[in-house]
Design a protein around this ligand. Structure first.
Ligand code: SF4
Length: 303
Protein backbone atom coordinates (compact mmCIF):
# COMPACT_ATOMS: atom_id res chain seq x y z
CA UNK A 1 0.00 0.00 0.00
CA UNK A 2 1.05 3.62 -0.50
CA UNK A 3 2.07 5.60 2.59
CA UNK A 4 -0.98 7.88 2.49
CA UNK A 5 -3.94 5.57 1.94
CA UNK A 6 -7.49 6.77 2.70
CA UNK A 7 -9.56 4.03 4.31
CA UNK A 8 -13.27 3.59 3.63
CA UNK A 9 -16.03 4.31 6.16
CA UNK A 10 -17.21 1.02 7.75
CA UNK A 11 -20.75 1.23 6.38
CA UNK A 12 -19.36 0.99 2.86
CA UNK A 13 -17.68 -2.32 3.68
CA UNK A 14 -19.62 -5.53 3.24
CA UNK A 15 -20.07 -7.30 6.55
CA UNK A 16 -18.70 -10.85 6.86
CA UNK A 17 -22.29 -12.09 6.65
CA UNK A 18 -22.81 -10.16 3.39
CA UNK A 19 -19.50 -11.51 2.02
CA UNK A 20 -20.70 -15.00 2.93
CA UNK A 21 -24.01 -14.49 1.11
CA UNK A 22 -22.22 -13.08 -1.95
CA UNK A 23 -19.64 -15.86 -2.12
CA UNK A 24 -22.34 -18.49 -1.55
CA UNK A 25 -24.28 -17.07 -4.48
CA UNK A 26 -21.21 -17.33 -6.73
CA UNK A 27 -20.70 -20.94 -5.55
CA UNK A 28 -24.35 -21.72 -6.34
CA UNK A 29 -23.73 -20.29 -9.83
CA UNK A 30 -20.78 -22.64 -10.33
CA UNK A 31 -17.68 -21.03 -8.80
CA UNK A 32 -15.50 -23.86 -7.45
CA UNK A 33 -12.45 -21.99 -6.17
CA UNK A 34 -12.34 -19.04 -3.76
CA UNK A 35 -9.13 -17.15 -3.02
CA UNK A 36 -9.39 -14.70 -0.11
CA UNK A 37 -7.20 -11.64 -0.62
CA UNK A 38 -6.61 -8.18 0.77
CA UNK A 39 -4.69 -5.79 1.29
CA UNK A 40 -4.00 -8.38 3.97
CA UNK A 41 -7.02 -10.64 4.61
CA UNK A 42 -5.90 -11.89 8.02
CA UNK A 43 -5.99 -8.43 9.61
CA UNK A 44 -9.77 -8.24 9.14
CA UNK A 45 -11.53 -8.60 12.51
CA UNK A 46 -13.20 -12.04 12.98
CA UNK A 47 -12.03 -13.19 9.53
CA UNK A 48 -11.71 -16.75 10.90
CA UNK A 49 -15.51 -16.86 11.39
CA UNK A 50 -15.83 -16.25 7.64
CA UNK A 51 -13.43 -19.10 6.79
CA UNK A 52 -15.19 -21.44 9.23
CA UNK A 53 -18.60 -20.68 7.72
CA UNK A 54 -17.30 -21.01 4.14
CA UNK A 55 -16.05 -24.51 4.93
CA UNK A 56 -19.65 -25.78 4.73
CA UNK A 57 -19.33 -25.41 0.95
CA UNK A 58 -16.19 -27.58 1.01
CA UNK A 59 -18.10 -30.18 3.01
CA UNK A 60 -20.98 -30.13 0.49
CA UNK A 61 -18.48 -30.52 -2.38
CA UNK A 62 -19.80 -27.41 -4.16
CA UNK A 63 -16.52 -25.59 -3.42
CA UNK A 64 -13.38 -27.47 -4.49
CA UNK A 65 -10.88 -25.12 -2.91
CA UNK A 66 -10.81 -22.34 -0.30
CA UNK A 67 -7.43 -20.61 -0.20
CA UNK A 68 -5.84 -17.22 0.46
CA UNK A 69 -2.99 -14.92 -0.48
CA UNK A 70 -1.33 -13.34 2.54
CA UNK A 71 1.77 -11.34 3.46
CA UNK A 72 2.36 -13.96 6.15
CA UNK A 73 2.48 -11.47 9.04
CA UNK A 74 -0.51 -13.10 10.81
CA UNK A 75 0.03 -16.72 9.73
CA UNK A 76 1.66 -17.80 12.98
CA UNK A 77 -1.60 -16.87 14.74
CA UNK A 78 -4.08 -18.38 12.29
CA UNK A 79 -2.34 -21.31 10.54
CA UNK A 80 -4.05 -23.98 12.62
CA UNK A 81 -7.49 -22.35 12.31
CA UNK A 82 -7.10 -22.06 8.55
CA UNK A 83 -6.28 -25.76 8.28
CA UNK A 84 -9.26 -26.60 10.53
CA UNK A 85 -11.50 -24.53 8.21
CA UNK A 86 -10.47 -26.65 5.23
CA UNK A 87 -7.72 -24.51 3.72
CA UNK A 88 -4.94 -26.73 2.36
CA UNK A 89 -2.81 -24.33 0.33
CA UNK A 90 -1.74 -20.75 1.01
CA UNK A 91 0.17 -18.23 -1.12
CA UNK A 92 2.60 -16.00 0.75
CA UNK A 93 3.72 -12.76 -0.96
CA UNK A 94 7.45 -12.31 -0.24
CA UNK A 95 9.87 -10.45 -2.53
CA UNK A 96 13.11 -10.75 -0.56
CA UNK A 97 14.87 -12.83 2.12
CA UNK A 98 16.97 -9.83 3.18
CA UNK A 99 15.85 -8.32 6.51
CA UNK A 100 16.83 -4.75 5.64
CA UNK A 101 15.39 -4.84 2.12
CA UNK A 102 12.19 -6.34 3.58
CA UNK A 103 11.94 -3.54 6.14
CA UNK A 104 12.57 -0.95 3.41
CA UNK A 105 10.02 -2.31 0.92
CA UNK A 106 7.33 -2.91 3.56
CA UNK A 107 8.22 0.28 5.45
CA UNK A 108 8.04 -1.37 8.88
CA UNK A 109 7.54 -5.09 8.31
CA UNK A 110 9.68 -7.72 10.09
CA UNK A 111 10.87 -10.59 7.93
CA UNK A 112 11.27 -12.84 10.98
CA UNK A 113 7.51 -12.55 11.68
CA UNK A 114 6.74 -13.79 8.15
CA UNK A 115 9.27 -16.63 8.40
CA UNK A 116 7.71 -17.76 11.69
CA UNK A 117 4.32 -17.61 9.92
CA UNK A 118 5.59 -19.89 7.16
CA UNK A 119 6.97 -22.30 9.77
CA UNK A 120 3.57 -22.36 11.51
CA UNK A 121 1.73 -22.88 8.23
CA UNK A 122 3.90 -25.84 7.22
CA UNK A 123 3.67 -27.26 10.76
CA UNK A 124 -0.14 -27.03 10.51
CA UNK A 125 -0.04 -29.04 7.27
CA UNK A 126 -0.64 -26.17 4.86
CA UNK A 127 1.13 -26.31 1.49
CA UNK A 128 2.93 -22.95 1.13
CA UNK A 129 3.75 -21.32 -2.21
CA UNK A 130 5.80 -18.17 -2.36
CA UNK A 131 4.73 -15.37 -4.74
CA UNK A 132 7.54 -12.94 -5.55
CA UNK A 133 7.36 -9.89 -7.79
CA UNK A 134 10.49 -9.87 -9.99
CA UNK A 135 12.10 -6.47 -9.38
CA UNK A 136 15.20 -5.42 -11.31
CA UNK A 137 18.01 -4.29 -9.01
CA UNK A 138 16.02 -5.38 -5.95
CA UNK A 139 15.62 -9.16 -5.76
CA UNK A 140 17.47 -10.05 -8.96
CA UNK A 141 20.65 -10.73 -6.90
CA UNK A 142 18.61 -13.13 -4.70
CA UNK A 143 17.27 -15.31 -7.55
CA UNK A 144 19.26 -18.41 -6.62
CA UNK A 145 19.10 -17.84 -2.87
CA UNK A 146 15.27 -17.63 -3.00
CA UNK A 147 15.09 -20.65 -5.33
CA UNK A 148 17.31 -22.76 -3.06
CA UNK A 149 15.61 -21.59 0.12
CA UNK A 150 12.20 -22.63 -1.27
CA UNK A 151 13.64 -25.98 -2.37
CA UNK A 152 15.03 -26.55 1.14
CA UNK A 153 11.56 -25.82 2.59
CA UNK A 154 9.72 -27.93 -0.01
CA UNK A 155 7.86 -24.84 -1.22
CA UNK A 156 6.90 -23.89 -4.77
CA UNK A 157 7.85 -20.40 -5.97
CA UNK A 158 6.04 -18.21 -8.47
CA UNK A 159 7.63 -15.14 -10.04
CA UNK A 160 5.36 -12.31 -11.20
CA UNK A 161 6.21 -9.53 -13.63
CA UNK A 162 5.63 -6.08 -12.12
CA UNK A 163 2.33 -4.63 -13.36
CA UNK A 164 1.53 -0.90 -13.80
CA UNK A 165 -0.93 -0.75 -10.89
CA UNK A 166 -1.26 2.17 -8.48
CA UNK A 167 0.23 5.64 -8.75
CA UNK A 168 3.87 4.81 -9.32
CA UNK A 169 5.17 6.80 -12.33
CA UNK A 170 6.50 5.54 -15.60
CA UNK A 171 10.14 5.68 -14.68
CA UNK A 172 9.78 3.74 -11.45
CA UNK A 173 7.82 1.00 -13.10
CA UNK A 174 10.17 0.67 -16.06
CA UNK A 175 13.20 0.76 -13.75
CA UNK A 176 11.71 -2.04 -11.69
CA UNK A 177 10.67 -4.17 -14.66
CA UNK A 178 12.59 -7.48 -14.92
CA UNK A 179 11.22 -9.67 -17.72
CA UNK A 180 10.66 -13.26 -16.69
CA UNK A 181 12.15 -14.29 -20.02
CA UNK A 182 15.48 -13.04 -18.64
CA UNK A 183 14.83 -14.56 -15.18
CA UNK A 184 14.12 -17.95 -16.73
CA UNK A 185 17.27 -17.70 -18.87
CA UNK A 186 19.34 -17.13 -15.72
CA UNK A 187 17.71 -20.15 -14.02
CA UNK A 188 18.38 -22.28 -17.10
CA UNK A 189 22.07 -21.42 -16.93
CA UNK A 190 22.29 -23.26 -13.59
CA UNK A 191 19.38 -25.76 -13.61
CA UNK A 192 17.59 -28.18 -15.93
CA UNK A 193 14.09 -26.79 -16.45
CA UNK A 194 11.22 -28.98 -17.67
CA UNK A 195 8.02 -27.29 -18.85
CA UNK A 196 4.91 -28.61 -17.06
CA UNK A 197 1.55 -28.84 -18.81
CA UNK A 198 -0.24 -28.22 -15.49
CA UNK A 199 -2.90 -25.48 -15.74
CA UNK A 200 -4.79 -23.84 -12.85
CA UNK A 201 -7.06 -21.71 -15.03
CA UNK A 202 -4.89 -18.87 -13.79
CA UNK A 203 -2.22 -16.85 -15.61
CA UNK A 204 0.73 -18.92 -14.27
CA UNK A 205 2.82 -21.35 -16.29
CA UNK A 206 5.12 -23.81 -14.54
CA UNK A 207 8.49 -25.53 -14.94
CA UNK A 208 10.11 -28.18 -12.75
CA UNK A 209 13.74 -27.80 -11.70
CA UNK A 210 15.07 -31.32 -12.22
CA UNK A 211 17.93 -30.88 -9.73
CA UNK A 212 15.60 -29.92 -6.82
CA UNK A 213 12.23 -31.28 -7.96
CA UNK A 214 10.53 -28.00 -7.06
CA UNK A 215 7.97 -26.23 -9.23
CA UNK A 216 8.62 -22.67 -10.39
CA UNK A 217 5.73 -20.58 -11.70
CA UNK A 218 5.87 -17.64 -14.09
CA UNK A 219 3.14 -15.00 -14.31
CA UNK A 220 4.07 -12.95 -17.36
CA UNK A 221 1.43 -10.26 -18.06
CA UNK A 222 3.99 -8.25 -20.02
CA UNK A 223 6.06 -10.80 -21.95
CA UNK A 224 3.26 -13.28 -22.61
CA UNK A 225 -0.22 -12.85 -21.18
CA UNK A 226 -2.62 -15.75 -20.87
CA UNK A 227 -5.79 -13.70 -20.79
CA UNK A 228 -7.51 -15.90 -23.36
CA UNK A 229 -7.88 -18.70 -20.81
CA UNK A 230 -8.65 -16.45 -17.84
CA UNK A 231 -11.43 -17.66 -15.55
CA UNK A 232 -11.15 -15.31 -12.63
CA UNK A 233 -13.03 -12.25 -11.38
CA UNK A 234 -12.32 -10.18 -8.28
CA UNK A 235 -14.78 -8.99 -5.68
CA UNK A 236 -13.81 -6.07 -3.46
CA UNK A 237 -14.72 -5.61 0.19
CA UNK A 238 -17.34 -3.07 -0.93
CA UNK A 239 -19.04 -5.45 -3.36
CA UNK A 240 -17.51 -4.15 -6.59
CA UNK A 241 -16.91 -6.95 -9.07
CA UNK A 242 -13.88 -6.37 -11.29
CA UNK A 243 -14.03 -8.66 -14.28
CA UNK A 244 -10.35 -8.09 -15.10
CA UNK A 245 -7.36 -7.02 -12.96
CA UNK A 246 -6.07 -4.87 -15.82
CA UNK A 247 -9.27 -3.02 -16.68
CA UNK A 248 -11.56 -0.61 -14.84
CA UNK A 249 -14.75 -2.49 -15.84
CA UNK A 250 -16.71 -3.19 -12.66
CA UNK A 251 -20.20 -4.01 -11.49
CA UNK A 252 -21.78 -2.98 -8.18
CA UNK A 253 -23.09 -6.08 -6.40
CA UNK A 254 -23.64 -4.33 -3.03
CA UNK A 255 -26.81 -2.56 -4.20
CA UNK A 256 -28.65 -5.73 -5.40
CA UNK A 257 -27.34 -7.58 -2.32
CA UNK A 258 -28.78 -4.96 0.08
CA UNK A 259 -31.92 -4.36 -2.03
CA UNK A 260 -33.65 -7.60 -1.06
CA UNK A 261 -33.46 -10.66 1.20
CA UNK A 262 -33.62 -13.17 -1.67
CA UNK A 263 -30.82 -13.45 -4.21
CA UNK A 264 -32.70 -13.13 -7.50
CA UNK A 265 -31.54 -9.55 -8.13
CA UNK A 266 -28.00 -10.44 -7.06
CA UNK A 267 -27.80 -13.51 -9.32
CA UNK A 268 -28.97 -11.49 -12.30
CA UNK A 269 -26.42 -8.75 -11.56
CA UNK A 270 -23.64 -11.38 -11.43
CA UNK A 271 -24.75 -12.97 -14.72
CA UNK A 272 -24.90 -9.56 -16.40
CA UNK A 273 -21.45 -8.62 -15.08
CA UNK A 274 -19.77 -11.82 -16.27
CA UNK A 275 -20.96 -11.16 -19.84
CA UNK A 276 -18.94 -7.93 -19.68
CA UNK A 277 -15.65 -9.66 -18.85
CA UNK A 278 -12.97 -7.93 -20.98
CA UNK A 279 -10.66 -9.89 -23.29
CA UNK A 280 -7.64 -8.92 -21.24
CA UNK A 281 -5.33 -6.18 -20.01
CA UNK A 282 -3.55 -3.47 -22.05
CA UNK A 283 -0.30 -3.49 -20.04
CA UNK A 284 2.69 -2.83 -22.35
CA UNK A 285 6.27 -1.68 -21.67
CA UNK A 286 7.63 -2.55 -25.11
CA UNK A 287 8.03 1.07 -26.28
CA UNK A 288 10.06 2.06 -23.22
CA UNK A 289 6.94 3.70 -21.81
CA UNK A 290 4.12 2.31 -19.68
CA UNK A 291 0.83 1.57 -21.48
CA UNK A 292 -2.33 0.27 -19.82
CA UNK A 293 -1.45 1.87 -16.45
CA UNK A 294 -4.11 1.33 -13.78
CA UNK A 295 -4.51 4.01 -11.11
CA UNK A 296 -6.18 1.38 -8.94
CA UNK A 297 -3.80 -0.10 -6.37
CA UNK A 298 -3.12 -3.83 -6.36
CA UNK A 299 -4.27 -3.73 -2.72
CA UNK A 300 -7.76 -2.66 -3.91
CA UNK A 301 -8.51 -6.10 -5.31
CA UNK A 302 -5.54 -8.22 -4.37
CA UNK A 303 -3.43 -10.25 -6.81
S1 SF4 B 1 -5.32 -9.38 -16.90
FE1 SF4 B 1 -7.52 -9.73 -16.79
S2 SF4 B 1 -8.01 -11.22 -18.38
FE2 SF4 B 1 -5.78 -11.22 -18.10
S3 SF4 B 1 -5.40 -12.90 -16.69
FE3 SF4 B 1 -5.61 -11.05 -15.45
S4 SF4 B 1 -7.76 -10.88 -14.90
FE4 SF4 B 1 -7.57 -12.37 -16.54
Amino acid sequence: MAENMTFLPKKELLTLEELDRLCSTFIRLGVEKLRITGGEPLVRRDIMKFFQKMSRHLDSGALKELTLTTNGSQLERFAGDLYAAGVRRVNVSLDTLDDQKFADVTRWGRLTQVLRGIDAAQAAGLRVKLNAVALKGFNEPELFQMTEWCASRDMDLTWIEVMPMGDLGNEDRLDQYWSLKDLRRQLAERYTLTDLTERTGGPARYVRIEETGQKIGFITPLTHNFCESCNRVRLTCTGELFMCLGQEDRADLRAPLRASEDDALLEQAIRDAITLKPKGHDFDYSRQTVAGQMTRHMSHTGG
